[in-house]
Design a protein around this ligand. Structure first.
Ligand code: SF4
Length: 314
């Protein structure tokens, strides 16, 4: 299996350079180039609707962030900081104290996020008052599900990447990785999104199996548990994968990547309407809603569709 629809050569992530780089002869250092890789978010997009994948990964049409997505990013960030504190200090009060400074930092890095809030929604310090309260409720729901003082994660917001035997590269970010003294691995994902759990559950399990395959291939251990924590409704879901299942899932990922490459050659990314269209930002360009997609721009060397921080906060 090749990496791109065009007959290009696969490149190494640390040494290869972009052949179409600066052409003015200036002595600029060649920029490292990342190999195309499948992420759980983009694989999930293609599975849900090939045209949605195209809009996000190829046309890269900007999607305005929603308040729910930004709140999810904030809550993920606070939980990451909470686990940086010593055991015993990880209390609900401490988590609430972390909200405002973490939001200050995030909104400095992405000022457009702060612009989501009208002046009448912000307090004297400029923070979005009611919205921060909503983030606080998600944190309270987290503490109802788990006592963070009883565990020390191996990592939070962990970048994971591997290449399957077929050459398909997989890349993603795990919210939290817990490793027991026995070596057993638990993958934890916090869900804060607005979509009803029943609609998002299959998508979430797909994402978790994706991480399980990457960890299995990089560490040689099948994760003991995949745990989804739904902070909006205060429920969790634990799932135990087995090796045969992950081997089958690996083949599913290879088939998805192969289908993406096939569609990438021709631009034939078809709409696949479903209930999830309610959360799609591209209805105006979608034939299923009477729209017309822009002209196909061709395959986007070299990424194949990266995840964003907002993807990770679904
Ligand atoms: S509106 Fe629905 S069918 Fe159209 S691109 Fe979005 S998800 Fe696909």
């Amino acid at each position: 299996m090749t990496d791109t629809p065009a007959a290009t050569t696969a490149t190494n992530s640390t040494t290869a350079t972009d052949p179409a780089g600066p052409g003015d002869g200036a002595a600029e250092a060649p920029q490292p180039r990342r190999r195309p890789a499948l992420s759980p978010s983009r694989a999930g997009d293609f599975k849900q609707c090939p045209l949605l994948y195209r809009f996000r990964a190829i046309d890269r049409i900007p999607e305005p962030p929603t308040k729910a997505q930004v709140r999810g990013t904030l809550v993920h960030s606070v939980l990451e900081r909470l686990f940086a504190l010593p055991r015993g200090d990880r209390s609900p009060d401490r988590a609430h104290e972390l909200l405002a400074p973490t939001w200050d930092e995030l909104s400095r890095e992405s000022p457009e996020w702060a612009e989501l809030f009208a002046e009448d929604e912000t307090g004297p310090d400029g923070n979005a008052v009611g919205w921060l309260d909503g983030a606080g409720k998600l944190l309270d729901a987290y503490f109802d599900l788990e006592d963070p003082n009883r565990l020390d994660p191996e990592a939070c917001e962990l970048h994971v990447e591997t290449e399957l035997g077929s050459g398909v590269r997989l890349r993603g970010y795990v919210d939290r990785l817990d490793v027991a003294p026995t070596g057993e691995i638990r993958v934890v994902d916090y869900k804060t999104g607005a979509a009803p759990r029943a609609i998002g559950e299959a998508k979430a399990l797909f994402q978790m199996k994706f991480y399980a395959v990457v960890l299995w291939r990089t560490r040689g251990v099948v994760p003991r548990q995949l745990k989804l924590m739904y902070l909006r409704d205060g429920q969790d879901l634990a799932y135990t994968p087995d090796e045969d299942e992950l081997a089958r899932f690996e083949r599913t990922l290879e088939a998805i990547w192969s289908a993406i490459l096939t569609a990438g050659r021709t631009g034939d990314f078809r709409p696949s309407p479903s209930k999830l269209c309610d959360w799609c930002a591209h209805q105006a360009l979608c034939p299923a809603f009477g729209g017309t997609p822009p002209e196909y721009p061709g395959w986007p060397e070299p990424t194949g569709g990266e995840e964003t921080v907002l993807d990770r906060a679904d």
